[in-house]
Design a protein around this ligand. Sequence first.
Ligand SMILES: NC(=O)c1ccc[n+]([C@@H]2O[C@H](COP(=O)([O-])OP(=O)(O)OC[C@H]3O[C@@H](n4cnc5c(N)ncnc54)[C@H](OP(=O)(O)O)[C@@H]3O)[C@@H](O)[C@H]2O)c1
Length: 192
Amino acid sequence: MTKKIGIIGGGNVGSALNKGLTAAGYETRVSDETNVRDVAIGADVIILAVPFTAIDAVISSAGDAFDGKLIVDVTNTLDAKMGFAAQASSGAEELQKKLPRAKVTKAFNTVFAQHMSAGRLRGEALTAFVAGDDEAARNQVLKLAKDIGFDSLSAGPLANARHLEAFGYLNIQLGYVLGHGAMTGFQYIRST
Ligand SMILES: NC(=O)c1ccc[n+]([C@@H]2O[C@H](COP(=O)([O-])OP(=O)(O)OC[C@H]3O[C@@H](n4cnc5c(N)ncnc54)[C@H](OP(=O)(O)O)[C@@H]3O)[C@@H](O)[C@H]2O)c1
């Protein structure tokens, strides 16, 4: 089992994932803005649960503490006006370029924070899609998600974060613009 998980950002997402991972038996530590580097140094896996617009500040706070670590990027690529920060690649691929010695994965961004502590909605397991280029890292995050209670599914290489980020934005549109609310989520029905 992955032993130590550092969660950068203790807001809606960070606190929900902290609750779910703690319940699943993981050792976690949640950062505030003052101790990002300290939390990162002590962790095997680092979950980035901060606004997309804060990523550069977090990287700057961490210094080299993300080197060699498995990074789980939960951000939705929103600009300061909550619009989709569209780009040719994805926020996760750009993050990987900024952190070449880390193993970046994209996960949980298509799920509302309300369901991140249990991975379930009305008794049904929601699907947590995980994209990443490093297969072992991707498998570790798939296991984290499953241990929380999600149905976890590989979404393939990190380039597929482009689609997960668009999917996350669609989730926000459906929930908060088109009026379906946050007691909603996606389950990928399949036979294997
Ligand atoms: N909410 C959802 O349902 C949901 C679902 C999927 C993905 N996401 C994504 O997950 C991320 C977090 O969302 P959220 O709803 O948890 O946001 P949130 O409640 O606003 O929490 C953001 C957290 O990041 C911290 N933070 C901001 N700048 C920081 C910095 N420079 N260094 C360290 N910590 C910093 C904040 O600390 P302070 O409060 O001290 O500023 C806060 O604890 C976002 O990228 C969002 O798009 C959200």
